[in-house]
Design a protein around this ligand. Structure first.
Ligand code: SF4
Ligand code: SF4
Length: 394
């Protein structure tokens, strides 16, 4: 496409896509540019059990494997900045969890974006594909390539307009459009290997990480990360990481919150996301007393559904143990007696932190699950018991 016509088409699309609710709309030339950093990160095992990252590695390195004939990647950002800094409440929720599930709302807008491309660009439905977060596309890398921001030492995409608070989505298209320029500095990379383009000497994110999950600037070992452990890990959270979780019940924003680039953050327009302030108002005791029915109602259409009730109760037990929530002892004892094994195991840990050894010794006599028994054993609460005869492999 001739440069002038391409530029007019690109700017028309930028206006139309912004009108759909996308706050940042940037264009990159699709080429097999990325992948080495990702492969190194994967071969080091940093992805923990997120094996879907390995399965899509080849496609992540070459967008033509995702959409043959692709010429342009349109990177889209949705600002989820808050008008006021969230209060330091306990329990603490990642900011994105305090909104409606962006996957759903942005996916609907991406369908509309596809219709805009067809109308304005004269292409067909087979000439574009879109993803929000879960596709085989290195969204952060392409966003940096398109100049939407840069990859910080915290491994996040940092925008000079919105700080650290952007949801990313992308549209791959066969439309040939002139690319936007990346930000000045070192060449943007897909993963953290050259992260920190505009960080300067700052290392606040790395220093603030509660579990020391950074192995290098821009490289996070997911196995040590609170976000991974409280959201992606569906099983027992390693005992040695529990203290570092502190009062974080779902996700962790610490390495985002401390970033000085957030001085440019703006309040969300809330066109494609809707604030759910009631979530942050839940007390820890209220979370520990959730039932399947109340969980379904309160977290309907939010990302928190992803951890399911058992995962959230597991996390709440850890917070209770960490902050010494004595007002939660009864709820924890109930969970240690009647919860599913995953929850019972963490309730035992929390009750031990709260000094409830006698109560735990009483509960121990009825326990048969091997994972829960391991928690009793780690707390020296089963002296003399024949563990091999008790354990039922669950
Ligand atoms: S999300 Fe939290 S735990 Fe994970 S790297 Fe950032 S600060 Fe560390
Ligand atoms: S906190 Fe500092 S080092 Fe970390 S991403 Fe922000 S500017 Fe870069």
């Amino acid at each position: 496409m001739a440069d002038g016509a391409g530029t007019i088409l690109r700017e028309t699309l930028r206006i139309r896509l912004r009108a759909l609710g996308f706050d940042a709309v940037r264009f990159a030339r699709a080429e097999p540019a990325f992948g080495d950093g990702l492969n190194a990160w994967l071969s080091d095992g940093n992805q923990a059990d997120m094996t879907w990252l390995e399965r899509g590695a080849a496609k992540r390195g070459d967008p033509a494997l995702v959409l043959p004939g692709v010429r342009t990647i349109i990177m889209l950002g949705v600002n989820y900045g808050m008008a006021d800094k969230p209060a330091e409440a306990t329990p603490r929720w990642a900011r994105y969890a305090q909104y409606s599930d962006y996957h759903d709302t942005i996916a609907a807008a991406l369908v509309e974006a596809g219709a805009v491309l067809e109308e304005v660009g004269g292409i067909g439905p087979a000439d574009h594909r879109h993803y929000v977060d879960t596709g085989p596309v290195l969204e952060r890398g392409w966003a940096a390539r398109a100049g939407l921001g840069f990859t910080g030492k915290n491994a996040m995409l940092i925008s000079r307009e919105f700080g650290n608070w952007l949801f990313l989505a992308c549209v791959l298209t066969r439309l040939d459009l002139p690319p936007d320029a990346p930000l000045p500095g070192k060449p943007p990379e897909a993963t953290g290997t050259h992260a920190g383009q505009l960080c300067g000497k700052c290392t606040r994110c790395i220093d603030a990480c509660p579990t020391k999950a950074f192995t290098a600037p821009g490289v996070i070992d997911a196995r040590l990360c609170v976000s991974y452990q409280t959201i992606e890990n569906k099983g027992i959270i390693p005992r040695e990481l529990r203290a570092g979780i502190g009062n974080r019940i779902y996700g962790c924003d610490t390495c985002l919150e401390v970033c000085p680039w957030n001085r440019f953050a703006q309040a969300s327009r809330e066109i494609l996301v809707t604030a759910r302030p009631e979530i942050a108002r839940l007390s820890l005791a209220e979370v520990l007393e959730l039932t399947p029915a109340s969980f379904a109602v309160i977290f309907k259409k939010t990302a928190v559904k992803r951890v399911k009730l058992a995962g959230l109760l597991r996390n709440a037990c850890i917070v209770a143990g960490n902050i010494g929530a004595s007002e939660c002892v009864e709820a924890l004892a109930e969970l240690a007696a009647t919860g599913v094994p995953l929850v019972r195991a963490h309730a035992v840990w929390a009750l031990a932190r709260l000094g409830q050894r006698e109560r735990l010794q009483a509960l121990f006599s009825a326990e048969t699950d091997s994972a829960v028994l391991a928690e009793y054993a780690a707390e020296n609460l089963c002296a003399g018991a024949d563990m091999s005869a008790r354990a039922v492999i669950s």
